[in-house]
Design a protein around this ligand. Structure first.
Ligand code: 5AD
Ligand code: FES
Length: 354
């Protein structure tokens, strides 16, 4: 074993943490990647074996009131054909998904005022009633705390809200004035207090990002202790102010997944669609680096191309069943297997039973 990897393993064994110096060293070279991935894979096997959990993603709406500089469905992009799914379409996605073995539905959308608390609570409580054995995950951005409480009471149990970057100056370079990192962090803390299993995360290789920013992201996550951590490479979109910035580096993203697995051994970490878009083998490599979740799309094929956060997004032409089958094979090809399981975080109920 190389000295650096030996060091990381020792530090983790002694205090479950990694020093800034070692993190910087590990992130800034690809020399130790194979050893790092192997170490992360053994941490993942200790906690989750070779299981891979699937989450069915339903993209409710591509309307968004925000104007994030990196995102293809930002408010000021006039070239997006906007859509909203009807309740019937949403329920029909769940029905298809359930038959395909999905036990988690992720309702994701831009920040769209149409999906107010009444409409959302109605959707959530209907899904809850029909699928008692499923988790309902929401990914609807920043909302008033009261709204988070109502949705939880209606039956939602998880919430995804990436912090995007934990550094104030960097946050201000990725978002227009009016969006605040502080509010985003407060939302995450409140979601946790309410009782949601919370997911956060960030893009790797977003414009102006430095190694120090990535270390700050890790420190913020250590404070938050999320159940889920989603990361993927930044990918460019022709209709955003960031169109001239290059895509994030896949190898760096994989290293980051390994480091997340080592620092958050219990976390549910997806091999994201962005990773699969950046590299044809991206999701398989993500699993080998420590990820244990995949999140295929259950949205109706007719709208998939319209939910274009970045260019060349994969799986926009495939039916849910095709992706399910394709993923079965991809996951098996690297030695893991998809399970039909709600896939709660290992420690969540233990922690909350106390
Ligand atoms: N490239 C990669 N990821 C992106 N996201 C938004 N735009 C992009 C992009 N251009 C990510 C953000 C957001 C999640 C839903 O998708 O991190 O939280
Ligand atoms: Fe969608 Fe492979 S996962 S086509």
């Amino acid at each position: 074993m190389s000295l650096l990897i030996e060091n990381l393993a020792d530090e983790l064994a002694q205090n479950g943490d990694l020093s800034d110096g070692d993190l910087k060293a590990a992130l800034e070279t690809n020399r130790y990647d194979l050893e790092l991935f192997k170490l992360a894979d053994s941490a993942r096997r200790e906690n989750y074996g070779t299981n891979v959990y699937i989450r069915g993603l339903i993209e409710l709406s591509n309307y968004c009131k925000n104007n994030c500089y990196y995102c293809g469905i930002r408010r000021d992009n006039p070239n997006v054909e906007r859509y909203r799914l009807t309740e019937e379409q949403i329920f029909s996605c769940c029905e298809t998904g359930y038959k395909l073995g999905f036990r988690t539905f992720v309702l994701q959308g831009g920040e769209d005022a149409y999906f107010n608390d009444d409409r959302m609570c109605n959707i959530v409580s209907t899904i809850r009633r029909r699928y008692a054995d499923c988790a309902i995950t929401l990914s609807l951005g920043e909302r008033p705390f009261e709204s988070y409480r109502k949705l939880f009471a209606a039956g939602a149990n998880r919430y995804l809200l990436r912090h995007e970057t934990a550094n104030e100056e960097h946050y201000a370079k990725l978002h227009p004035a009016g969006m605040s990192l502080q509010n985003r962090k407060e939302c995450l803390r409140e979601l946790k207090r309410i009782g949601y299993q919370v997911g956060s995360g960030f893009m790797v290789g977003s414009p102006y990002q430095t190694t120090e920013h990535l270390i700050e992201d890790l420190r913020f996550l250590q404070e938050l202790q999320p159940a889920m951590i989603g990361i993927g490479p930044y990918l460019t979109h022709r209709d955003t102010p960031f169109r001239h910035f290059p895509n994030g580096n896949v190898q760096l993203c994989l290293r980051m997944i390994s480091i997340l697995r080592l620092m958050f051994p219990y976390a549910l970490i997806p091999a994201t669609t962005a990773l699969g878009t950046a590299d044809p083998q991206g999701r398989e490599l993500g699993l080998l680096a420590g990820a244990n979740v995949v999140m295929p799309n259950l949205s109706p094929v007719g709208v998939r191309k319209l939910y274009e956060l970045y260019e060349n997004k994969i799986c926009t032409g495939e039916e849910a069943a095709e992706c399910r089958f394709c993923l079965h094979n991809r996951v098996a090809s690297v030695g893991y297997q998809i399970v039909t399981d709600v896939g709660h975080v290992r420690t969540f109920y233990e922690q909350n039973a106390k």
